[in-house]
Every structure is written in structure tokens, then in C-alpha cells.
Design a protein around this ligand. Sequence first.
Ligand SMILES: [Zn+2]
Length: 301
Amino acid sequence: MEDYLVKALCYKGSIRAYALCATNTIAEAQQRHDTWSSSTAALGRTMVGSLLLGATLKGEDKLTVKVQGNGPAGAIIVDSNGSGDVKGYIKNPHVSLKLNDSGKIDVRGAVGDVGVFTVIKDLGLKETFSGQTPIVSGEIGEDFTYFMTVSEQIPSAIGLSVLVDTDDTVKAAGGFMIQVMPGADEKTIDFIEKRLLEVPMVSRLLEDGESPEQILERLLGEGEVDILEKMPVQFKCDCSKDKFGTAIIAVGLDEINAMIEEDHGAEAVCQFCGNKYQYSETDLIELREEAIKNTLKGREE
Ligand SMILES: [Zn+2]
């Protein structure tokens, strides 16, 4: 199944809902970062959650989710936008803990249960907006839910799910977000709450071939879901040799001279996607010229 996200309105607009299949996207992140089971699930869930939050933005707008817990996985950083693009990394990709008491991948053990959950939104304005809540669970899904309810003040139910195979590859990944708008009636909310308890994990449903649309019907009631939009989602990094070149110029002349004279070249590695960029001595001499021009310009101004 291709990766995509659906946006829906239900119960006369009083319930807003999103669901997605992101199996290929999370599989690509797993391969690019060579993550082990607990790290795969932690990074994958954060990426799925970020895609859901990103879906509430307009196309060009973007956000960053940072999960900084006290566990061995270290920080998780994910960027997403309103067009379904996502990229992300986890500080320690090689965490693989024993299954937890429920027989599931131990995400809390990897992330930790004390720390900070931060969302920074860049809506193309002068300033960015950021919201922060404490990590309440470390299982990621509950942390997204807590953030939405407390920081964004939108009562929400969020499910994030990554099914990891025994060889660490991703079998299925996806999730949903249900938001209660003002004016939703109690009966509807009770009904959805009951459904939430009964529905199997999203990744299992996806593995069985169910679509995001079908998953929303399971959660919200058959015939109740009015799909507004379907949007592809994908792993996408916007790094390039030029961008890292600009970063090299910014480190200053001394550093660039050292790269030329001592190392006779340089390599930049993108944290988000793992792509590597090589700079030959000739490349570096060009960058040094740029750096010198910038310094002179700085003096003139
Ligand atoms: Zn990159």
C-alpha cells in the first residue's frame, strides 16, 4: 500500500479526524539510520505523530517535534510540514530492549519517562511558535495526546503504531488523530471513547490490508466519515551540497584553512537523512573565497 494521509470531518463537523499509512516512510527512516527495534519504534511513532500534527498546517508551513527524555535513546528530532513531508533522527539509533510486560517493544524504556516534549511551528511569519509539555508517558502516543490537549487546548485522541519485524525492518506503521471540536455532544464522545478501546493497533490493521479510510470508520462509526482530503506522505530531506557549503562558510576562515591544509578535504553528513557530501580541496578553496568575501563585506558595512 502507498503511504497517504486522509483528513475527515464527522458528526456535522464536531469531530475532526486524520489517519495515515506510513509504512514505507518509516521503513526508509529505519534503513537510513540503521535503527534497532526500540529506537525504530520510538523514532517511527514520533514521525507518524509529527505527520499528523503537520496535517493541521497549510502546505508550506512546518513544524519540529523534539522529544528529550532521560532514556538511552536520547533526543528524537523530527521535522514535518503541511505537505506530508517528514524527516527525523534519534540520537542513539541502536537501542533494542527486551519486550515489555505486555509483550510489546519497550519504547518508554528507550525514551525515558522524565523529560520535555516540544513542538516548534514555523508558519512563515517573523517569529516561530513553540509549546512545551512534560513527557507524561514516554510511549510517544500519550505524549502527543497530552501536548494537544494541554498546550493546543484541543481534546484529542492520538494513536501511533509501528510494527517492527524480528530483523528490525518495519512491517507496518501508521496512526490516527481524533479531535473534539466545541459543540460535540456527549453521546458522540462516549461512542468514540468506547470504539477507541475496542480497535486493534493501527499497524496490525494496516498489515492486514486495511486502509486509513477503513480505520477511521472503525473508530468513528460506519458511514459517519466524510473524507475531505487525501494527501501522500513521504520521507523527504531538503539537504544539499550547497546548503552544507553555506554551513562550512559560516564556520570561519581558520576552520576552513585547517580543512584544506590538514585534511585536504571535508565530509558533511546530514543528521536527518544520513546523506554524505564530499568537499575536495578545490571545493574548499572556493568556499574559502566566499568566506573571505563575506568578511570583507562585513567590514564595509
Ligand atoms: Zn538530509
